[in-house]
Design a protein around this ligand. Structure first.
Ligand code: UD1
Ligand code: CA
Length: 455
């Protein structure tokens, strides 16, 4: 027996007021649909079938999906949407229906709902709401057994007073689904094929309906407009930050942290100051401190690293005991060995810097290989680009680069070489010598400062 997840994602999302298809809006940097698929894929023996319609090509291009894409050309209701998937559903499958715009559903909940279909029953995820307006109401008999689901627009006053709503997430045995969907009629106020009509058919055929619920309303909340999108973003961030705090991370303010991706590893005694954004895949070692207002993407941070305030770090590897910032920009391809220091207003790109080297102030170091124990003075620039091609700068162990130096690549600075401040280096500098390229200083004793001529 295998699980087929049918994800309904054909809706237009008019209320988003966006050219983008609704399911491509993002929560935590991941599209709504991708969240649903990522969660569904955690089930055992699962294949996902996505029903798409509006903005189809864009949806397909922006989603990583192993299963089938099935087009629903006209949106004629949730029952009609699931009918499109029937050719891919076997009699002995357990079918789980999800919505592409309900992104925060948890796998533990899905397991509970689908377990009923695996037992040849129907499973339904319900929720009790203070204000159930707009949702389908779950109508039960006196013993609490589900009898049917009635849509808001078709409900009597008595039914409208019911607070239990249909989340839309349900599970059905494949053979029953084939049978019941064949019987659907659009005989309701909206003239649609309602998936929810299968519930009274289940009652008629004596198939038990089991309900499940959730504690956190965010799990079943759909996104229809930008207000709900923002609310779910906050719910998602709260969920992440709580998990990280339980893993031992200290947040100066958990409300002012955003994760737009995933944290592969986080060590002990990590502290994160306010307004930090982590994107892509980030790994954080033990005893790491991240200062305020840092944006860090796709980066591996070693143990005992300290990132001071206002740094932007992307696609980098930071060795142990490094110090970055404040105000550093660490760009893709930066690899730092241990005990390296990158100071304020320093930009690095595509560079390997060996242990204990320092670039403390106001420098651009790109397309370079820097040895160990190198000291790069303030205002040093690797001139890596000649307007057409990029060239490499190599600085060997123990070199000292004086302030305000331009290293015109390709160029090699030898081991323990010293470059005098203010030099423009266009040729390789030998090991252990002082190299300078600047006009010798002189003073004119008979020089007079010009004075303004009188008119
Ligand atoms: C549906 C349920 C309602 C439930 C509510 C929960 C039905 C008849 N009603 O109502 O009981 O309380 O969801 O949010 O099932 N979709 C398609 N193709 C279609 C129609 C819809 O893919 O032809 C998709 C939409 O993109 C959306 C989902 O199905 O993701 C639900 O559609 P929507 O129109 O929002 O259903 P509701 O009328 O809100
Ligand atoms: Ca809806």
């Amino acid at each position: 027996m295998s699980i087929k997840v049918v994800v309904l994602a054909a809706g237009k999302g008019t209320r988003m007021h966006s050219i983008k298809p609704k399911v491509l809006h993002e929560i935590g940097g991941t599209t709504l649909l991708q969240h649903v698929l990522n969660t569904a894929n955690q089930l055992d023996q699962v294949t996902s079938l996505v029903i798409y319609g509006h903005g189809g090509e864009q949806v397909i291009a922006s989603t990583s999906h192993q299963g089938k894409w099935i087009e629903q050309r006209e949106q004629r209701g949730t029952g009609h949407a699931v009918q499109q998937a029937l050719p891919y559903i076997n009699q002995d499958d357990a079918v789980l229906v999800l919505y592409g715009d309900v992104p925060l559903i948890q796998v533990e909940t899905l397991n509970r709902v689908v377990s009923h279909a695996l037992d040849n029953h129907v499973g339904l995820l319900i929720y009790s709401m203070d204000d159930p307006t707009g949702y389908g109401r779950v109508i039960c008999d006196d013993d609490g057994n589900v009898q049917k689901i009635v849509e808001q627009k078709d409900a009597s006053d008595e039914e409208l007073a019911v607070k239990e709503i249909n989340s839309g997430i349900l599970s059905v045995p494949g053979d029953k689904l084939h049978q019941w969907l064949g019987e659907l009629q659009p005989d309701n106020s909206q003239g649609e094929y309602y998936l929810t009509d299968i519930f009274h058919m289940a009652v008629r055929d004596g198939v038990p309906i089991n309900t499940e619920s959730v504690n956190d309303e965010a799990e079943i909340t759909g996104v229809n407009d930008k207000v709900q999108l923002a609310q779910l973003e906050r719910a998602y961030q709260r969920r992440n930050v709580e998990q990280l705090m339980r893993q031992g991370v200290t947040f100066f303010d958990p409300h002012r942290f955003d994760l737009r991706g995933c944290i592969d590893f986080v060590g002990q005694d990590v502290s994160i100051d306010i307004n930090v954004i982590l994107e892509g895949r980030v790994s954080i070692g033990h005893h790491v401190r991240i200062g305020a207002n840092c944006m860090i993407r796709d980066t591996k941070i070693g143990d005992h690293v300290e990132i001071l305030a206002n740094c932007v770090i992307e696609d980098a590897e930071l060795g142990e005991h490094c110090t970055i910032g404040p105000f550093a920009r660490v760009r893709p391809g930066t690899v730092l060995n241990d005990h390296v220091k990158i100071g304020n207003f320093v930009e690095t790109k595509n560079v390997v810097i060996n242990s204990a080297s320092k670039v403390n102030h106001l420098s651009y170091i790109g397309d370079a290989a820097i040895g160990a124990n190198v000291n790069i003075g303030a205002g040093t620039i690797t001139c890596n680009y000649d307007g057409a091609n990029k060239h490499k700068t190599i600085i060997k162990d123990g070199a000292f680069i004086g302030s305000d130096t331009q290293l015109v690549a390709p160029v090699v600075i030898g081991e323990n070489a010293t470059i005098a401040a203010g030099s423009t280096i266009t040729k390789d500098a030998p090991d252990s010598q002082l190299t300078l390229s600047r006009v010798h200083q002189f003073s004119k004793s008979n020089w007079k400062r010009p004075v303004k001529t009188k008119k």
